[in-house]
Ligand binder design. Structure first.
Ligand SMILES: [Zn+2]
Length: 395
């Protein structure tokens, strides 16, 4: 706690703002409680938060007024008057979410409960959309989805490949040929709606964190597609690092004399464990072979395919073991475009990790795929909007 002499913060925050902040915090807590409990009552909120009944009534009134929660009927009486039950108003707001990490780009409406409506894909193109064309297509997709909104729009959430700072500026995205692009400001100007831009793997980590609920405080999400990225949630918050590049493990070198990587170094994790790398190592052309071929071949148990998937898993495990040993994260989610062949990959990652960490600790690490599938980044981009706009993780 700060004292009068503890420097900046005590001087910057006048007492009046503190009171305002505390009401805002209580509104957040109340909204999160209603969302996590599915249904609850004013009395229950008072009991759980330690706030007075009068304070809770006032907070609930404000949330009802804003349309974020709703009354859903009467509960059972514990003696007196039966309590009025409260629940999240799922369609009280819409969020426009867009995933720029897939081809073609996809946008959708996401409600407060995380359900996805109105998915819209950009038209498929022979060549990947980049630079200015990618920016235009992003804006067009957002516009198309905005037109379909059924509720007031809380914000626009963008999940994009590349390094993105906390203000939503894309520092560098090799895939989209964006350098120092202030995407959040650009979209805010066009649509006059708050915008949250997040790295796609970091957004995916937020979606997984929201799905796991209160059982997890720490989580690592590994995203394997055209490239390899990861997102880390530490103690309930997305960890971005000093240069917004936390989780960029795709360019950690795993082979001294490995293949040349797009980054200019040799033998990066991406050169052995991205989907194109796995396809190349099994003798297929990643630009021609449909990625489903890899899944089918993996299911059929074809030896060259299994070998390249296992090699990928081995190297992924090597890099992950160091991260997990350092941070003691108990939940790893692997989101890959490998679909069913992913089981082989996960098994290899698991055994690779177990060979490289304290066995007792490695045993406790949960490694799994996600049921969110292709919606992962959309769900995460929406979660980023909830966090930025309402300061909450809704479940
Ligand atoms: Zn590299």
């Amino acid at each position: 706690m700060s004292t009068a002499n503890s420097g900046g913060r005590a001087h910057r925050v006048p007492p009046k703002a503190t009171k305002h902040d505390s009401r805002r915090n209580n509104l957040r807590t109340t909204l999160e409680l209603v969302s996590h409990e599915r249904q609850t009552s004013r009395a229950e909120i008072a009991r759980r938060t330690g706030l007075t009944r009068a304070a809770v009534s006032s907070l609930v009134a404000e949330l009802l007024d804003q349309g974020l929660i709703r009354e859903i009927g009467q509960g059972t009486s514990a003696g007196g008057k039966p309590p009025t039950l409260l629940a999240l108003n799922q369609r009280g707001r819409d969020i426009v979410a867009i995933d720029l990490g897939r081809r073609p780009f996809r946008a959708a409406l996401v409600d407060l409960g995380g359900r996805i409506h109105e998915r819209v894909d950009a038209s498929p193109e022979a060549k990947p959309v980049r630079a200015e064309a990618a920016r235009e297509q992003t804006a067009q997709l957002i516009e198309e989805v905005l037109d379909r909104a059924a509720a007031p729009v809380l914000g626009i959430g963008v999940g994009t490949p590349g390094v993105v700072d906390a203000d939503g500026r894309v520092i560098e995205s090799a895939n989209l040929a964006w350098h120092n692009l202030d995407l959040a400001a650009d979209l805010r100007r066009r649509f006059s709606i708050p915008v949250s831009v997040t790295n796609d793997a970091q957004a995916a980590a937020l979606a997984e964190y929201r799905r796991h609920g209160a059982e997890r405080r720490n989580l690592l999400l590994l995203k394997i597609g055209r490239g390899i990225g990861s997102g880390v949630v530490l103690d309930g918050a997305l960890y971005r690092g000093d240069h917004s590049a936390a989780g960029e493990i795709g360019h950690v070198q795993v082979k001294d004399d490995g293949d040349l990587c797009t980054c200019g170094n040799q033998g990066c994790l991406e050169t052995v464990a991205s989907v194109p790398a796995i396809l190349r190592r099994m003798g297929a052309d990643p630009e021609r072979a449909p990625w489903d071929a890899l899944t089918l071949a993996g299911i059929a148990g074809e030896e060259p395919v299994l070998r390249s998937i296992r090699e990928a898993g081995h190297h992924l495990g090597t890099v992950l073991a160091t991260v997990l040993a350092m941070l003691d994260i108990g939940q790893v989610t692997i989101a890959s475009d490998l679909r069913n062949a992913g089981d082989v990959l996960i098994e290899e990652v698991r055994s690779s990790i177990r060979r490289r960490m304290l066995p007792g600790t490695a045993e406790l690490v949960e490694i799994a795929t996600t049921p969110l599938g292709a919606d992962l980044v959309l769900a995460g981009a929406a979660s980023a909007v909830l966090a930025d706009r309402l300061g909450v993780v809704l479940r």
